[in-house]
Design a binder for this molecule. Structure first.
Ligand code: CA
Length: 229
């Protein structure tokens, strides 16, 4: 799946240039020209990485950064800082930004940093998520089991794949077609109904109340999304 990058920046020429280069590199790109719209898009669309300007109309970049971390979004944030923003850089990193790049920057350097951050994210997912500890349930991918209220239930390898994939999307919506494509593969032909049945079974294993799920949410007309807490 294409990685989704959100640019929050008010200089339209800069946005245009960045967008063109990022699309060329194969990224899916969205942008916002002011802070409030940027925050809204970040929370709603759950990008894989955010390029964040500091001086913005409306909410500034530092406020956006803090707001995203308060909302437990761990997306990599790369700040675009202007000359003289030294103090803002420091505050930005304290507020949870991952990196900054000073304007004017070379597009090649920016692309290299973006790649590095996205790679780090993927590695983190591979290594950290063998055990996912949610409030009332622990998922142990390494041992194919789920523990809820001191009771263990086994997971099938297919269920492990589905859960891992859903959780790896960091709250983004996963369509049924996406699951068919990524988990089942093109050579088999399950119906979307098969997927829904698997989701129902998974809910029985990990949700306190499968009829009112807290983690595996249905997005009407969209698919599913996984919420950690
Ligand atoms: Ca600006």
């Amino acid at each position: 799946m294409k990685k989704h990058i959100l640019i929050i920046e008010d200089e339209e020429d800069m946005v245009r240039g960045l967008k063109m280069n990022l699309v060329d590199e194969g990224y899916d790109v969205d942008y916002a020209l002011n802070g409030n719209e940027g925050l809204k898009k970040a929370l709603k669309n759950r990008p894989d990485l955010i390029l964040l300007d500091i001086m913005l109309p409306g909410m500034n970049g530092l406020e956006i950064c803090r707001e995203l971390r308060n909302n437990k979004m761990d997306v990599p944030i790369l700040m675009l800082t202007a000359r003289g923003d030294e103090i803002d850089k420091v505050i930005g990193l304290e507020l949870g930004a991952d990196d900054y790049i000073s304007k004017p920057f070379s597009i090649r350097e920016l692309l290299a940093r973006i790649k590095a951050h996205l790679r780090r994210e993927n590695r983190g997912f591979e290594s950290v998520t063998d055990i996912v500890d949610l409030e009332s349930v622990k998922i142990d991918f390494g041992h194919f089991k789920v523990t809820r209220m001191n009771e263990e239930t086994d997971l099938t390898s297919l269920e492990v794949d589905v859960l891992r994939y859903l959780i790896g999307q960091n709250g983004r919506v996963v369509t049924r077609d996406d699951l068919l494509d990524k988990i089942w593969g093109y050579d088999k032909f399950p119906t979307t109904r098969t997927i829904d049945n698997h989701i129902l079974k998974l809910r029985k294993k990990i949700e306190d109340d499968p009829n009112h799920p807290k983690h595996i949410l249905t997005v009407y007309g969209g698919g599913y999304r996984f919420i950690i807490d």
